[in-house]
Design a protein around this ligand. Structure first.
Ligand code: MN3
Length: 243
């Protein structure tokens, strides 16, 4: 062994010892992970509200662990970036290319995850049926009517390879489109909004539906809250829809 290599090994060993020695402090630092500026929104209904179409255990794990983890990750990412921490989430996502490169991927994945799930809880907890009012007119105009929307949306959701989402996006003029996205990407990244959308990650449906994603996509319409979606539509047109 050359002297140089031995020196390298000694240094590596010293580094390892330092890491092990420091680990209790590191654990404390993790326990004190920042609790803001982003927060997990409370689920606006009981975990069992979407039964039997989405089971309570899935809702509890999805909200309390998956969504909570996205929130923790984004808070951790912005803790040394005060300017980003002060920005509204929808602005961060609309301007990802301007975000510090070192945290851009976390902002995209966990920031997108936070936005998508915050929307997702809002638009469920209802009893399905069909949209009415101005929104029904926009669906007929842009998406060929409610039956065609459901068929096209479910088809797009079934075709998402791996993990992702299918959305109906809305722009400031109220124009609607069906958009699917990989991972936690969102129409906010294209300067639009998600009017509503369905999570087709396996964690959203696997306990009840296993590999039967099309059955989940079909059943999901039964839990939509069209009054919440209509309210989001009006906010989008007024320019006041955030996430
Ligand atoms: Mn999810």
């Amino acid at each position: 062994m050359s002297a140089m290599n031995r020196r390298g090994l000694l240094l590596a060993g010293a580094g390892l010892a330092a890491t092990v020695f420091a680990s209790p402090r590191r654990a404390l630092a993790q326990a004190a992970a920042p609790s803001g500026p982003f927060t997990l929104p409370a689920l606006p209904y009981a975990f069992g509200k979407n039964e039997p179409h989405i089971d309570a255990q899935t809702m509890e794990i999805h909200h309390g662990r998956h969504h909570a983890a996205y929130v923790a990750n984004i808070n951790n990412a912005v803790k040394d970036h005060a300017q980003v921490a002060a920005m509204p989430l929808e602005q961060i996502l609309a301007r990802l290319g301007e975000m510090p490169e070192s945290i851009r991927t976390v902002l995209r994945n966990s920031g997108g995850g936070h936005a998508n799930h915050a929307m997702f809880w809002q638009i469920m907890g209802g009893s399905g049926g069909a949209p009415g009012g101005e929104l029904a007119g926009a669906i007929t105009r842009d998406l060929g009517g409610f039956d065609k929307l459901k068929a096209d949306f479910n088809g797009a959701g079934a075709r998402v390879f791996g993990s992702g989402w299918v959305f109906v996006s809305v722009d400031r003029t109220g124009k609607l489109a069906i958009v699917s996205k990989p991972n936690q990407d969102t129409p906010l990244m294209d300067g639009q909004h998600a009017l509503f959308g369905n999570d087709v990650w396996e964690h959203a449906y696997y306990l009840k539906y296993q590999n039967r994603r099309p059955a989940y996509l079909e059943a999901w319409w039964n839990v939509l809250d069209w009054s919440a979606i209509q309210a989001r539509y009006l906010q989008a047109r007024a320019g006041s829809l955030k996430i």
